[in-house]
Design a protein around this ligand. Structure first.
Ligand SMILES: [Fe+2]
Ligand SMILES: [Fe+2]
Length: 139
């Protein structure tokens, strides 16, 4: 039985546009987890993941623009973390779509599910949360 992601107060940054994006992304992760659990064909799983990647890119760009505007000192590190997340997700999507990998589809889908359970939440906790006190200190 799949455990779905649940929003909780520790993910809340108090910046409405970013919080709304993060909630959206969490829902999209849950959608993938739901499809994965229900034996959805690989092309549909990959499409779902691609939509999540697209939405994530838009969020990352908005977040980077906001941090850049405020002169956030750790922006370069934050950006490279965003790039790494996108690259990892794209590699998983490609592996699901064309089965080019040596592993079975079930293994790749399980790995993707595990990845999606942690990537966003860990990123919010470890990388996004530090900008909250920084932005607060400016106001
Ligand atoms: Fe971020
Ligand atoms: Fe974020």
């Amino acid at each position: 039985m799949t455990e779905f992601l649940e929003w909780n107060a520790e993910y809340e940054l108090g910046i409405p546009a970013m919080d709304a994006d993060h909630r959206d992304l969490m829902q999209m992760c849950n959608h993938f987890l739901f499809l994965a659990q229900n034996h959805t064909p690989p092309d549909q799983l990959a499409n779902c993941l691609d939509r999540l990647i697209l939405r994530t890119r838009a969020h990352f760009q908005a977040e980077e623009r906001m941090l850049d505007r405020h002169g956030y000192p750790a922006l370069a590190v934050h950006k490279s973390e965003h790039e790494r997340l996108i690259r990892d997700a794209e590699a998983l999507s490609a592996a699901i779509r064309d089965g080019s990998d040596n592993r079975s589809l079930d293994d790749i889908v399980a790995e993707t599910s595990g990845f999606l359970r942690s990537w966003l939440l860990e990123h919010i906790r470890q990388n996004d949360r530090p900008y909250k006190p920084f932005l607060r200190s400016l106001s």
